[in-house]
Design a protein around this ligand. Structure first.
Ligand SMILES: C[S@@+](CC[C@H](N)C(=O)[O-])C[C@H]1O[C@@H](n2cnc3c(N)ncnc32)[C@H](O)[C@@H]1O
Length: 210
């Protein structure tokens, strides 16, 4: 019966990347308020990271896949992660999100495994929700100045394309920076992480007068 099955999913990559990502989050996130996580997947990042962040910073997980939500909640419950809120349904590509404001937005491994509309929607949503100076933190593989940062990323992209031709390792400089600027976000920091991945820290600029 459906209600008796274990809803938890497992993404082994989260065990490998979580510590270096957390080190960046601990440095750039605000000490209190609300962190919105977009594309939480299994929810293992939320369950492990949230208890290591300030106790007054609530973590709001979200997913486009409604079937993932119970598993995200179950991981948080198992971990005793008291600052993790119940997961909500959120499609990054949608023009309306079920949240009016967030003090920080975090998204891990979505941009290359989704159509461009999801990235444009993510940047637009962060631009709408964040206060001035608020961070959007992205993690994943990216091109720099049009080029892959490693041969392994080129091979990875070929495997992505086999699943969906619209999936692509996006370029920080030629694609993300101009798109982010359209939504009031500027690139603040690029951190190199293991396995040829990057953390990109964007900051919301001042709201325009018009
Ligand atoms: C590779 S997984 C990454 C999950 C998690 N962040 C992690 O690092 O383990 C990509 C996730 O993006 C979600 N996703 C795909 N398109 C999305 C969209 N338009 N909005 C929100 N989530 C989306 C998928 O359901 C999937 O859980």
């Amino acid at each position: 019966m459906e209600h008796m099955t274990d809803p938890r999913r497992h993404a082994p990559a989260t065990l490998r990347n979580r510590a270096p990502i957390l080190a960046v989050l601990q440095r750039v996130l605000p000490a209190e308020g609300l962190l919105l996580e977009v594309a939480s997947g299994s929810g293992e990042h939320a369950a492990w990271m949230a208890p290591q962040l300030p106790p007054r910073l609530a973590w709001q997980p979200s997913e486009a896949d409604a079937l993932a939500l119970r598993g995200i909640d179950a991981h948080a419950r198992d971990a005793g992660a008291l600052t993790v809120r119940p997961a909500i349904r959120l499609d990054a590509a949608s023009a309306s999100w079920p949240l009016a404001a967030a003090d920080a937005v975090f998204c891990c491994n979505l941009v290359h495994i989704a159509r461009w509309a999801a990235t444009e929607g993510l940047l637009a949503g962060a631009g709408r929700l964040l206060p001035q100076g608020g961070p959007l933190v992205l993690y994943g593989p990216f091109r720099r100045h049009g080029r892959h940062t490693a041969a392994s990323n080129a091979a990875f992209e070929a495997s992505l394309n086999a699943q969906d031709p619209a999936w692509r390792i996006r370029c920080v400089d030629n694609e993300l920076v101009p798109a982010a600027a359209r939504h009031g976000l500027a690139l603040n920091e690029v951190v190199e992480l293991p396995a040829n991945n990057l953390v990109l820290v964007w900051r919301r600029g001042p709201l325009s007068a018009g």
